[in-house]
Design a protein around this ligand. Structure first.
Ligand SMILES: NC(=O)c1ccc[n+]([C@@H]2O[C@H](COP(=O)([O-])OP(=O)(O)OC[C@H]3O[C@@H](n4cnc5c(N)ncnc54)[C@H](O)[C@@H]3O)[C@@H](O)[C@H]2O)c1
Length: 253
């Protein structure tokens, strides 16, 4: 996979241990200019430094994916800086392990706004630039929770939002295919070591989860990043509207 000359935006790449940062590393290693986007400004600064230290070209935008104005303005800045946008990875997300009867309305809205509305805003903002070039690769982050329900660290609002991401991406895939733009989702199972589990992954819980995974381990951020690198590569141009499971066999359908 070679991304020389390609410009990639990755949302939620501020967290050093997160999936988004690893996606940025993998794409940069293969030649892409990466734009790290996150609400966490200090995380972005260290992310850009890390990529540059390793010989890559990186830039950042501080953006709240739930704000349409903020997203539109940020995407405009990226095109002014780099002249094009080839790849969008909608990775920013939040999760709350709240039972359905306890979910307050503001928490429902937060989980939906970040996980789903953010995907809509970013996709809407980059498409005009991708259409102009008749080329684009969009991958958005769903979850096994959106397919089977009952997320380990996410409640019903998280499952609903992630299922929504998949439906949205399938519809967009049909709409933009005539511009050589593909739109896919990935559905990771439990990925260890990121902030989203908020320290809830105790050794005991980890062992319990591992017992339900045929491949015998929880996922790594690299497992997700490699799969996404493939889906946003030029060679994956005949794959669109797809949802790729990355779960060690814990959910096979
Ligand atoms: N870790 C897992 O087990 C797992 C499994 C399935 C899916 N996912 C999904 O993968 C994605 C990445 O998760 P992660 O595990 O790396 O978590 P993480 O918490 O490490 O990363 C999430 C990132 O999103 C950013 N973010 C949150 N709200 C934002 C906003 N309003 N605007 C911009 N950025 C915002 C955070 O600052 C953070 O950097 C999420 O969409 C998550 O739902 C994770």
């Amino acid at each position: 996979m070679n991304f020389e000359g390609r410009v990639a935006i990755i949302t939620g790449a501020g967290s050093e241990t997160g999936i988004g940062r690893e996606i940025a590393r993998q794409l940069s290693k293969r030649g892409a200019k990466v734009v790290l986007a996150d609400i966490n400004e200090s995380g972005l600064e260290s992310g850009v430094r890390e990529i540059e230290r390793n010989g890559g070209t990186a830039s950042s935008i501080t953006v709240d994916v739930t704000s349409r104005d903020n997203v539109q303005q940020s995407i405009k800045e990226v095109t002014e800086r780099f002249g094009r946008i080839d790849i969008l990875v909608n990775n920013a997300g939040v999760s709350r392990p709240t039972g359905v009867t306890e979910i307050p309305e503001d928490e429902w809205d937060l989980v939906f706004n970040v996980n789903m509305k953010g995907v809509f805003f970013l996709t809407q903002a980059v498409l005009p630039y991708m259409k102009e070039n008749n080329y684009g690769r969009i991958v958005s982050m769903s979850s096994v929770s959106g397919k089977r329900g009952g997320g380990i660290f996410g409640g019903s609002h998280y499952s609903a939002a992630k299922a929504g991401v998949t439906g949205f991406s399938k519809a967009v895939a049909r709409e933009v295919a005539k511009y050589e733009i593909t739109c896919n989702t990935v559905a990771p199972g439990m990925i260890g070591g990121t902030d989203i589990t908020s320290g809830l992954l105790t050794e005991e819980k980890k062992a319990e989860i591992q017992n339900g995974i045929p491949l015998g381990r929880v996922g790594k951020v690299e497992d997700v990043a490699y799969s996404i690198a493939f889906l946003v590569s030029e060679g994956a141009g005949y794959i669109t509207g797809e949802e790729l499971d990355i779960n060690g066999g814990s959910h096979i359908d």
